[in-house]
Design a protein. Structure first.
Length: 424
């Protein structure tokens, strides 16, 4: 607990930190999906390219629940700001180390093993960062602005993805394939490490303080146990169901779509990141808007509507991407898919903060947001068998439909939270 009251402007600094910190997190999360794809054959070997790329992405996702379980209770007991600083230092270090990994010609299969291990460790620290920083920002936010803040924070994910796509597209335009595979892919990882380092400096300079809600709340000795087994376990179960649907939609519409466009979409190496850049950039705006709308329309109603829309539209949009050979039509369909599949994240930051009280908020937020990643993250193992039965595109469309249904059902099972209430 701080010795005195927070300095003037503490709320503004915490909110800015939550927004920018989530941008850095999402930049590092999606970095391998786009940046490593053009260099994957030289980096990991030419065998099982899709499976290797999936392993790198899945390693990050699986590390995040562990990070939430480790850092969430720390944030609830010792403070959100100090926990955020430790997590950011870990993100910066693990991302920088990936940029220094020798290629396949030096280590063979060892390159893939090292990258997967570093991505797993990075996922732990990433899970810890948003577990502390986003609840802190929500606690400092005025109730009537919480939905807008949630949409802004969550829109950092597609915005970061669009940034990566634009960066890779630029590099592929100025570098030949051999140069990109040899060293060009390393530059985005250096940039990711630098961004995390900059956020660490921001939190360490002393301008971000723990919220009055946290400093004025009696601390629970075992907040994670309270969430998993105690009075908040039903809230956690409902959140896990809803978030599992959102993560399934994300995995099918981002990494799965990217890999499919590169192998079956008839697009060249430059057009794929351009299409994903357009989709993620547009979805950032719709995500922000949906978060803001949820304050007046209600979080539950907004999330249910997003789930129903994804159930109906996302499978059709995905099938349409591979039913046309015209590049403009493909890009438009990618945009449509991104919008309906991921815009539901808009109210999530506020919704999860409102579902758990201050004493266990980081634990509940982190576990609810991150543990739900696990089953969707295992798609490299259950998607191929499903595709062998239903067909490549039909299987993905079916999982998109399932993801939307889980989102709508999970949200419907939750209560109507008071969007204008001060966080308890």
């Amino acid at each position: 607990m701080p010795a005195g009251p927070p300095r003037p402007g503490a709320a503004r600094r915490a909110i800015r930190g939550g927004i920018a910190g989530n941008y850095v997190d999402q930049f590092d999360i999606f970095l391998p999906v786009v940046a490593l794809a053009p260099a994957s054959a030289d980096l990991f070997g030419s065998d099982a390219l899709g499976a290797n790329a999936g392993l790198v992405f899945v390693a990050t996702l699986l590390g995040r629940p562990l990070g939430a379980a480790l850092f969430g209770p720390l944030a609830d007991r010792i403070g959100r700001t100090s926990t955020t600083r430790v997590a950011l230092a870990g993100v910066a270090l693990t991302t920088l180390l990936i940029a220094l990994v020798p290629g396949h010609e030096v280590l063979g299969a060892g390159t893939l093993a090292i990258v997967v291990a570093l991505r797993f460790l990075g996922g732990i620290f990433i899970g810890g960062e948003y577990t502390a920083a986003i609840p802190l920002a929500m606690e400092w936010s005025a109730p009537h602005r919480r939905g807008l803040l949630s949409g802004t924070v969550m829109s950092m994910s597609p915005l970061a993805n669009a940034t990566i796509s634009a960066l890779v597209l630029l590099m592929l335009s100025v570098l030949d394939p051999a140069s990109y595979s040899a060293w060009g892919w390393r530059l985005p990882f250096v940039a990711g490490a630098a961004l995390a380092g900059a956020m660490l400096w921001y939190y360490r300079r002393g301008g971000v303080a723990d919220s009055l809600a946290w400093t004025g709340t009696a601390k629970r000795p075992r907040p994670l146990r309270d969430v998993l087994l105690g009075t908040h376990r039903r809230a956690l179960g409902q959140v896990l169901l809803m978030m599992t649907g959102l993560w399934l939609l994300t995995n099918m519409s981002v990494p799965t779509l990217t890999a499919a466009l590169q192998s079956d979409g008839g697009l060249d190496a430059r057009t794929v990141p351009f299409a994903m850049m357009c989709g993620t950039a547009v979805s950032a705006g719709t995500m922000l808007a949906l978060g803001h709308v949820s304050t007046s329309a209600g979080r539950r109603r907004t999330l249910v509507g997003a789930g129903v829309l994804a159930t109906v539209v996302a499978p059709v949009a995905y099938a349409g991407v591979f039913a046309t050979s015209a590049v403009p039509a493909t890009v438009l369909l990618v945009v449509a898919l991104q919008v309906v599949a991921v815009s539901g994240y808009g109210p999530v930051g506020a919704y999860l903060a409102e579902r758990f009280p201050t004493a266990v908020r980081s634990s509940g937020y982190g576990v609810g947001y991150s543990l739900s990643i696990v089953l969707p993250a295992l798609y490299p193992y259950y998607l191929p068998p499903l595709q062998s039965v239903l067909g490549e595109q039909t299987a993905v469309a079916a999982l998109l439909c399932l993801g939307g249904a889980l989102l709508a059902t999970g949200a419907r099972l939750g209560p109507r939270t008071d969007a204008y209430a001060v966080l308890p």
